[in-house]
Design a protein around this ligand. Structure first.
Ligand SMILES: Cc1ncc(COP(=O)(O)O)c(C=O)c1O
Length: 456
């Protein structure tokens, strides 16, 4: 194909994609938040044997749009309160479009000086926003799960080298035994990553929690320099924050490592409103957070922050005769993977657009939405099962059966979507306010929907 033809083809496909995206955006608030049964049946149309001949790409794109338009989960709208997924800022979509067109690989500076620079700028802006120690380095990964893996790998390297053991040379077998200290409400991804790193359940010491899911400080076992303590900024059900000041003081005195899982909750550091919750966060050694959650960047964008850069890099480093180290930042030094998309491009665009004030307002608005829901649901007759610390509300009716019935009804109706959990022995509805788009009128519609289901 001639170059002009290739350009025309790319432009016409992008035009087609743009029209399809615009049509979604124009209709987003009229679409069901979750696809109905008939729509989901269309997914079966995709299950065809792999064909032999090539297909015109515009036909491929139309087929994708036609099925996707009817079957997507409408995270991009304003009444999706499931999990802690967040929406996507317009600047994030636009920057991601350009970034994908540029097709940058963010592994090495020599592959993309732009990606390396933007990642470095994001690192310094976020370290400033979160008021983390100045020497903190950041790696961009797919999400908090992998960020936590990086934090614990750095911890393992740091503690073992202080104990005279070279993990990279000698591995974990026969090494001094490290202890993992975590709460009974720790997110499942943390346990998974701890196990992936070679610590079996017998290395984990579980600390009981209070009614909000915060670790009970007086139940923490005696810590020492073999301990990795894992805390939470934002419990996935209640949104509660551990007592960082007290626990970090214990850990720091014992020369233990503290990692904080702040998947959605680390962003509360952007607002003074949450100072009581976030006090002492900076005393930890590593932190994980997701931009695709609270900041509403496009998927996927998680970050590991670590104040011991040497340990992070040593834990994740890789060599190869063809790897040409850059003069500045080779981003793959801070992550397990090599080739990856340049997440720093859309992250930078969102940070650049919002500024510190915009992020503070976003975070405050999410909190306001959660309070609004809590008060409205309480007056309908729901039991509110948590203090609204940040953006999470968990509620139930008088019995698990009724709560399940209400949730099923709301999910089926497609006006609002939220998920569920078991909390301290009860089935609860989990409402997570995490989209920049959710406004008062969405919250009012959501409350009407809950009231209808509650009384049905
Ligand atoms: C507290 C917490 N930790 C970890 C995770 C996992 O994050 P990710 O899905 O980005 O890997 C989540 C996801 O919701 C979370 O809420």
């Amino acid at each position: 194909m001639k170059q002009k033809d290739q350009l025309d083809l790319t432009k016409s496909l992008l035009e087609q994609a743009k029209n399809s995206a615009f049509s979604y955006l124009e209709n987003t608030n009229d679409l069901p938040v979750f696809p109905g049964t008939d729509a989901l049946a269309l997914l079966d149309d995709l299950s065809k044997p792999f064909h032999t001949e090539s297909i015109d790409p515009s036909v491929t794109l139309s087929e994708l749009s036609q099925i996707g338009d009817k079957t997507i989960v409408n995270h991009g709208g304003s009444r999706y309160f499931g999990f802690v997924n967040g929406g996507v800022l317009p600047i994030g979509i636009a920057a991601r479009w350009i970034a994908d067109t540029w097709d940058q690989n963010a592994a090495l500076e020599v592959m993309s000086p732009l990606a390396a620079k933007l990642e470095e700028v994001c690192e310094s802006w976020l370290v400033d926003l979160f008021n983390l120690p100045a020497k903190t380095k950041m790696g961009l990964v797919g999400g908090t799960s992998v960020a936590t893996l990086c934090g614990i790998a750095a911890a393992r390297h740091y503690l073992l080298s202080k104990l005279g053991w070279d993990i990279n040379a000698d591995g974990l077998m026969n090494s001094p035994r490290l202890r993992i200290i975590m709460g009974d409400q720790t997110h499942g991804t943390v346990t998974k990553m701890v196990k992936l790193l070679g610590f079996g359940s017998n290395s984990i010491e579980i600390v009981p929690s209070d009614k909000q899911g915060r670790m009970l400080v007086n139940k923490i076992p005696t810590l020492d320099d073999h301990c990795i303590v894992i805390l939470q900024a934002g419990n996935v059900c209640t949104g509660s924050y551990d007592d960082f000041s007290s626990i970090c003081e214990l850990a720091n005195n014992a020369q233990a490592w503290v990692h904080i899982d702040g998947a959605f909750g680390l962003w509360a550091l952007a607002s003074e409103k949450f100072t009581n919750l976030t006090k002492g966060i900076q005393l930890a050694d590593s932190w994980s957070a997701d931009s695709h959650k609270t900041l509403n960047t496009p998927y996927d964008c998680g970050a590991i922050f670590c104040k011991h850069p040497t340990s992070l890099v040593e834990a994740l480093h890789q060599q190869g005769s063809y790897i040409s180290a850059g003069d500045n930042r080779d981003s793959m030094s801070f992550t397990p993977d090599m080739s990856r998309r340049a997440r720093g491009i859309d992250l930078w665009a969102c940070l650049h657009h919002l500024g510190k004030k915009g992020i503070q307002q976003l975070v405050d608005r999410l909190h306001f939405g959660a309070i609004f829901m809590k008060e409205g649901l309480s007056s309908i007759g729901f039991h509110i099962e948590n203090d609204v610390h940040f953006n999470q509300v968990i509620v139930r009716a008088e019995s698990d059966a009724k709560t399940k019935h209400i949730l099923h009804d709301v999910q089926k109706n497609g006006v609002v979507w939220c998920g569920s959990a078991m909390w301290k022995g009860h089935f609860v509805i989990r409402i997570s306010i995490c989209s920049w788009q959710t406004n008062d009128s969405d919250l009012t519609i959501a409350l009407k929907e809950f009231e209808r289901a509650f009384n049905s």
